[in-house]
Design a protein around this ligand. Structure first.
Ligand SMILES: Cc1cc2nc3c(=O)[nH]c(=O)nc-3n(C[C@H](O)[C@H](O)[C@H](O)COP(=O)(O)OP(=O)(O)OC[C@H]3O[C@@H](n4cnc5c(N)ncnc54)[C@H](O)[C@@H]3O)c2cc1C
Length: 388
């Protein structure tokens, strides 16, 4: 799997939208070289909305709600639905999993961080993640399943770690997917074996002779055995040198430059805020004399630091759309913004809690009509979620 080229422009997102072929997608999406869209960094950071993706694809191909591609857009919307209803409850188990929580370690061990677990599929996934900030969905499932069920690492530790390295990291899609794999957010744990890897991944990923080269029955036993914690012993795996885990940054790293929030810059101006989840085109109705400020909030990033790849992606786009760039605490930001005549920005659940009340407005018409009341499964939600 090569690093996807990921220019930080809406034009690049539209190029990917135009390249989606729903029939090829449905047929090949499970393969690492399948016809997936590569749109997730653009969707996550608000370059394009789910509705724009749907409508853009539908302009080129007949598309209906039963298409696999639409179904997958639905998964993203469903995870947002769960986040909206459960709030920070998505960071704890939605229900019990295969084993009581205390049987899982709260730490991601060094052999995994250094991509030398001895299971080729896992080590290839981690190297690719570090190189590109991206992982194919199937590889994410393998990585999460191996960590939770074979290595007995708590899904939350795995989710927090992976989030930091993804360019498309989304707290709902990421943490709830980990819960889905772990079995704390689904009816059964997701398990995979070496045959599954051999079917969907190229040869360097194949993992014969490793701990995953076994039957699904044996993997189910392993997932239920609190004492089974396979280590890096895999006779068939080639010796792999340690890979250096990229740093994660809780503030925009060099070369990006920022100022602290400053009330004096506002002088009763109409302010429009661009944040890392609203990197699409500026609104067409923005008053001509508006002050457009790019912001990032230290409270968020101290809890959820990002890789240089992700900061670069966000900052390159910010540099294209704003002249003034602030990084500071939510309190400093709110104090400064109190001096503006008015403030507007696009809503996103990663950001909303840090902004002054009343400034956010929904980004675009949602693709799926909102569903009232929490649906405990995707299938229940899907029955109610009409295309809007
Ligand atoms: C452990 C794990 C962690 C994940 N973490 C994230 C994350 O942090 N951010 C994220 O956007 N997705 C996450 N996903 C979902 C999925 O892996 C990615 O959305 C997908 O791989 C992105 O590649 P793509 O844009 O080529 O997707 P495509 O297959 O082309 O799909 C198009 C779009 O549909 C949405 N989508 C597709 N599959 C899923 C899915 N299974 N769940 C939710 N939305 C989906 C995405 O927005 C994606 O861009 C995770 C999945 C797993 C198993």
């Amino acid at each position: 799997m090569t690093a996807p080229h990921c220019p930080a422009t809406p034009a690049a997102a539209w190029e990917r939208i135009r390249a989606v072929n729903p029939a090829d997608y449905a047929r090949t999406r499970n393969a690492l070289d399948g016809a997936v869209s590569g749109l997730s960094p653009y969707i996550t950071h608000g370059f394009v909305s789910l509705r724009e993706v749907f409508e853009g694809v539908a302009q080129q191909h007949p598309l209906n709600p039963q298409d696999k591609f639409v179904f997958e857009l639905g998964w993203r919307a469903y995870f947002r639905h769960v986040w909206q209803h459960r709030g920070d409850g998505i960071f704890t188990a939605l229900h019990s999993g295969p084993l009581p929580e205390h049987h899982y370690s709260g730490r991601v061990p060094d052999d995994i961080r250094q991509a030398r677990s001895g299971v080729n599929a896992i080590d290839m996934a981690i190297c690719g993640l570090y190189d590109s900030g991206h992982l194919h969905n199937h590889a994410r499932m393998w990585l999460a399943s191996y960590m939770v069920h074979v290595r007995k690492i708590h899904w939350r530790a795995g989710a927090d770690w992976l989030y930091g390295h993804l360019r498309d990291g989304d707290l709902a899609s990421n943490h709830l997917s980990w819960q889905w794999v772990a079995g704390t957010g689904s009816t059964k744990p997701y398990l995979f074996n070496a045959d599954n890897v051999a079917r969907y991944a190229p040869a360097p990923w194949h993992s014969p002779g490793s701990v995953i080269d076994t039957s699904y029955e044996r993997l189910a036993q392993i997932s239920l055995d609190p004492n089974h914690r396979a280590t890096t012993t895999s006779p068939a795996a080639p010796h792999r040198p340690a890979t250096t885990e990229p740093n994660l940054w809780s503030a925009p790293p060099s070369p990006w430059k920022h100022e602290a929030p400053d009330a004096a810059a506002l002088a009763h101006r109409q302010v429009y805020l661009v944040h890392p989840w609203s990197l699409g085109p500026l609104p067409s109705d923005l008053p001509a004399n508006s002050l457009v400020i790019g912001i990032s909030v230290s409270d968020f990033h101290q809890a959820w630091p990002w890789s240089q790849l992700r900061w670069d992606f966000v900052e390159q786009r910010m540099a294209d759309v704003v002249a003034l760039r602030w990084h500071g605490s939510a309190q400093a930001l709110q104090s400064a913004l109190a001096h503006a005549q008015s403030v507007r920005c696009v809503a996103d659940p990663h950001m909303d809690r840090y902004l002054p009340p009343g400034v956010v407005s929904p980004s675009a018409a949602p693709l799926f009509a909102p569903v009232d009341g929490l649906c405990s499964s995707f299938s229940k939600w899907w029955k109610h979620a009409a295309l809007g």
